[in-house]
Design a protein around this ligand. Structure first.
Ligand code: SIN
Length: 545
């Protein structure tokens, strides 16, 4: 049992001055949260809370599409097989089958809501291919604007379905109560309304019979990520503080190809979609040599963990003197600018014309394969608390997510959770005073978390690096206090610290290499580690077992 101490058990903030009651509160407004809100709304009152505008989450940035078996020559069994292979022995096969079987219905559902996928208006859906897929089965919109279309169609439907939305409002802590049987259960959530600079304008108590956490991942624990700035792990941190169990947190997927725009670039980096490799683009090192040749039978279309690891290894050799990026040769792709307008615009901004030049790329944090442990109906191990989408772990992704399974999962599972809650809600409980220790991390320390995570807990992890990261995070945990002012920035910094500590604790415990978790001291997968690691926060200490 490894542990790390000093984390706040609740955020320090002002007391609520207003309250609202609703059947269901959804935290987060990407594909998962919107799908859950939409599916539960006919039968329930639903309040959807999001800390920025509705479209500021990851969904809107997704270039890759939605994986589903729609080609008559493809089979459900093929998609199941590819997902299990990518997941490196840790997928829950029941969850995978549910996802894959429901995926074609999810696409038809979105089309019914008005989503205009490529080809769907003419002679059938245009299907593309990405890493780890044995067949063409990725549905896209606008070439590389799939997420925008999914977000647009769901948002429009949520608004017309009568879901109440509250933007620029951040979830702080779950309100807890006790059931008549004496079990701790969720009674709602404390939220803070923010002004445009991130100052807290007011704090409110939202009482609800069910809280659905759909806040997405936490790529922002790293200095360089494909995730937008809002992805700070608020949902995972909040749930950990309430006693919810998280699992598989050490499996952070690094996308092999984000646009490398300079050695000092930090924050959100432009994605260079895997669809380019699906159309024949090849990875080359600084000396012009192919990287994936001979590494894996699928070469440039190998699963993402394999490609990211191969790029990292090649960069470490510094061919041609280049040690912090490699190149994607996409010059053979016809009508590149028409087919991939977002990537073209991002490349042109740094002076690269992808039809003539090699695109400089590097791996960056992209997707959290683990999350809050849930059933297929989104239930966590704390009554009244549900989770769906990237914040949750149903076991679909195992140790490495198959490309384009996540938007599909968000819609399939979001709809499933919403429908299940529209049939039955947990009993109401009254909120009680939370006696846990309070604290906040000074927002000025936020970059300390991100720097140490990128330096020591990236694609390849060494025992010394993980120990160094744990030490820095422990010191940051000790520095949390009730005197730091409660702002969006300090709330997010505290959540980043909590989640980073959980990731490092799990990564230190897993003594093997599997999927996205690569350890220099244990370079192989080990049979005794073919199991998930559960993480909890108890008395300010992360424990894993
Ligand atoms: C991509 O387009 O490469 C990203 C797709 C995904 O992460 O599923």
């Amino acid at each position: 049992m490894l542990g790390s101490s000093g984390l706040p058990e609740q955020l320090a903030s002002v007391e609520p001055t207003w309250s609202i009651d609703t059947d269901i509160v959804v935290l987060g407004s990407g594909a998962a949260g919107l799908s859950a809100a939409l599916a539960s709304r006919p039968a329930r009152t639903v309040l959807l809370v999001t800390k920025d505008s509705l479209d500021a989450g990851s969904t809107n940035w997704a270039q890759g599409g939605l994986a589903a078996v729609l080609d008559p020559n493809d089979l459900i069994e093929n998609h199941v097989h590819d997902t299990l292979v990518a997941g490196a022995g840790l997928c829950d096969e029941t969850a995978v089958r549910e996802l894959v079987t429901e995926a074609p219905n999810a696409i038809r559902y979105l089309v019914g809501l008005g989503a205009a996928f490529d080809g769907c208006a003419s002679d059938g859906m245009a299907l593309s291919r990405e890493g780890g897929h044995s067949h063409r089965r990725v549905v896209r919109a606008g070439g590389d604007q799939s997420g925008v279309e999914v977000q647009r169609s769901l948002e429009m439907s949520v608004r017309s379905a009568g879901v109440t939305t509250m933007e620029h409002t951040i979830g702080l802590d779950l309100l807890m109560g006790t059931t008549p049987e004496g079990t701790r259960a969720v009674a709602g959530v404390r939220v803070a309304q923010l002004d445009r600079s991130g100052n807290v304008e007011s704090v409110g108590a939202v009482t609800a019979r069910a809280v659905i956490i759909a806040t997405g991942g936490f790529g922002q624990i790293y200095a360089s990520t494909s995730n937008p700035p809002s992805l700070t792990g608020d949902g995972v941190a909040m749930a950990l503080r309430a006693g919810v169990t998280a699992t598989d947190l050490e499996f952070i997927q690094f996308h092999p190809t984000v646009l490398w725009s300079g050695a000092d670039a930090t924050g959100q980096q432009g994605l260079v979609s895997e669809a380019l490799r699906g159309e024949g683009a090849q990875l080359r090192d600084g000396a012009g040599l192919r990287i994936m040749e001979g590494v894996h039978p699928l070469e440039d279309l190998a699963p993402r963990d394999v490609v990211a690891a191969a790029i990292s290894a090649r960069m470490a050799e510094a061919p041609g003197g280049v040690d912090d990026h490699v190149f994607l040769d996409a010059r053979g792709i016809d009508r590149f600018d028409e087919r991939f307008p977002t990537i073209t615009a991002a490349c042109l901004e740094i002076g690269i014309d992808p039809s003539k030049d090699l695109i400089p790329v590097a791996p960056a944090a992209h997707y959290v394969c683990g999350g809050l442990a849930t059933s297929l109906d989104g239930a966590t191990d704390v009554e009244g608390c549900f989770a769906v989408g990237e914040v949750a772990c149903t076991g679909v992704h195992g140790a490495n997510r198959l490309a384009s399974n996540s938007l599909t999962e968000a819609v399939v599972m979001g709809t499933r959770v919403g429908r299940s809650l529209s049939r039955a809600l947990p009993a109401a409980v009254l909120p009680e005073e939370n006696l846990g220790t309070r604290g906040l991390l000074d927002s000025a320390r936020r970059d300390d978390v991100r720097t140490v995570m990128s330096k020591y807990v990236g694609v390849v992890r060494s025992p010394a690096g993980l120990a160094a990261a744990a030490e820095v995070l422990e010191e940051l945990g000790r520095s949390t206090s009730t005197s730091a002012p409660a702002t969006q920035q300090s709330i997010e910094a505290t959540n980043l610290l909590t989640v980073a500590t959980a990731v490092v604790t799990a990564a230190r415990a897993r003594e093997e290499s599997r999927g996205c978790h690569l350890r220099t001291d244990f370079p192989e997968a080990r049979d005794e580690w073919r199991r998930s690691l559960n993480v909890t926060l108890q008395s300010g200490r992360i424990t894993v077992g």
